[in-house]
Design a protein around this ligand. Structure first.
Ligand SMILES: C[S@@+](CC[C@H](N)C(=O)[O-])C[C@H]1O[C@@H](n2cnc3c(N)ncnc32)[C@H](O)[C@@H]1O
Length: 424
């Protein structure tokens, strides 16, 4: 367990704290997280890099609007979450700001010449001019200040569900009905995962290599062939229930998810945008939506469009928690994991996919800090873990490792290789 998490667990929630000091410290941490990103850019997206530099410079100079937006963000989170707000990764509010700006900048019609989003935003100076242009309007500025307090990043990337598609075949022996497993996708966002699999739509990076080009990571040709076949063919599937605390039918939400899901360079790629829209518009009688908080369910009736009823305990063959846990406080993480395990059939599997590692001291725990570590050496930071209900002592086992949350390059674990070989 990392020190940050251990500290969080040692501190009871009731301890009074100095809000001003805590917020000041978090602001400083956000500034230095931005500095580390600038020194050691990992993004291939030049526009994100330029954005980070502009944000860093604004915070260092104490520029009024930007600093007060970050300050009120942390104040609100400490008031809502108490001491648990310390577990928000310091880069998170800046990532949230990028998405909020992207949502607003994409809709701007009256750009001065030479300044259009995202094409022209390739230097910190262009970001400065563009953001200043946007925020010179009072109403927009107030909107942004409100939105940053209430919205969370809601990226939805259909290619992340390659792991679900593979899991449905590799763990078939675990399911009540091998041909028709029942799946629940917790934190489904727009439900793109359920739709791409139920409709057997192609993944975006279908033609790219799924496996690392570094030879030593490549298994035999036979396994690669099997993998490609599994990713292409329709997966055995009964029904999929997506759960989220936001409704995918809310048009504002769709706009927000779109802004969260595509990097600026991807917005410039018409094929990428068309792929996203195609899946967002897909429908299937096998895919349902449940509007609820999986950690803390509420009872609401009266909606004809979707249910708020969560599954009976012991009823799901597969539960997915993809890119959800990294953005919730540690105590809520455990609640989500516990509820997921309760919802599984006796031989069901939980798939967690996130920027995390299996804790070195205990396989029953995941460690979420490394993704935000300044010297992230991990070439495969986004990982898929499987928890087999029949083997609680094994806890989380690493199944796949991905070169990024875009899930283009894949490294197979020994467990994944064994499972592929067992399929024959
Ligand atoms: C970053 S998105 C990931 C979406 C999708 N799983 C993916 O990987 O592309 C995280 C989603 O989890 C949802 N979420 C967070 N906490 C939740 C909870 N307690 N119950 C249901 N959904 C939750 C958020 O609303 C958001 O849509």
């Amino acid at each position: 367990m990392t020190e940050g998490l251990a500290n969080y667990r040692r501190q009871p929630e009731e301890v009074p704290f100095d809000l001003e000091a805590k917020v000041g410290l978090r602001l400083a941490e956000t500034t230095s997280a931005l500095a580390r990103f600038i020194e050691n850019p990992i993004e291939k997206d030049q526009r994100i890099h330029a954005f980070r530099r502009d944000q860093y410079e604004r915070l260092v100079s104490g520029e009024q609007i930007t600093t007060s937006i970050y300050r009120s963000y942390y104040e609100a989170k400490f008031r809502q979450r108490g001491i648990a707000a310390e577990s928000i990764p310091p880069i998170y509010p800046s990532n949230l700001m990028l998405r909020l700006l992207q949502k607003n900048l994409s809709h701007e019609q009256n750009w001065p010449p030479g300044l259009g989003y995202p094409d022209d935003f390739d230097t910190p100076e262009k970001w400065r001019a563009g953001v200043d242009h946007l925020l010179s309007d009072d109403e927009r500025r107030l909107n942004l200040q409100m939105e940053i307090l209430f919205l969370e990043i809601q990226s939805n990337v259909a290619d992340r569900y390659k792991s679900l598609k593979l899991g449905l075949s590799l763990f078939g022996d675990n399911f009540t009905d091998r041909q028709a497993p029942r799946v629940m996708d917790v934190g489904c966002s727009l439900n793109l995962g359920g739709q791409i699999i139920a409709n057997n739509l192609p993944f975006f990076s279908e033609s790219d290599p799924y496996l690392s080009r570094r030879k030593r990571l490549l298994p035999e040709g036979r396994e690669i062939k099997a993998l490609r076949r599994l990713l292409k063919e329709a997966a055995p599937l009964g029904e999929v229930w997506g759960v989220d605390i936001f409704s995918p039918t809310d048009s504002n939400m769709r706009d927000w998810v779109f802004a969260c899901s595509l990097y600026p360079s991807e917005l410039m790629d018409a094929e990428r945008v068309a792929h996203f829209n195609r899946i967002a518009e897909a429908a299937s009688p096998k895919v349902h939506f449940v509007y609820n908080d999986f950690a803390d369910p509420f009872v609401l009736t009266g909606s004809e469009r979707f249910s708020t009823v969560l599954p009976e305990p012991g009823s799901m063959d597969v539960i997915c928690l993809f890119t959800v846990l990294y953005e919730v406080p540690p105590a809520k993480r455990q609640l989500l994991i516990n509820r997921a395990l309760e919802s599984l059939t006796p031989r069901g599997i939980l798939l967690v996919q996130d920027f995390a590692l299996v804790d070195a001291g205990s396989p029953q725990e995941l460690d979420f800090d490394p993704w935000y570590h300044p010297n992230r050496a991990d070439r495969w930071p986004y990982k898929t873990f499987v928890w087999e209900k029949t083997a609680p002592e094994s806890g989380f086992q690493t199944l796949f490792e991905w070169s990024s949350g875009r899930c283009m390059e894949l490294k197979l674990s020994a467990l994944a290789l064994r499972k592929i070989r067992a399929l024959g």
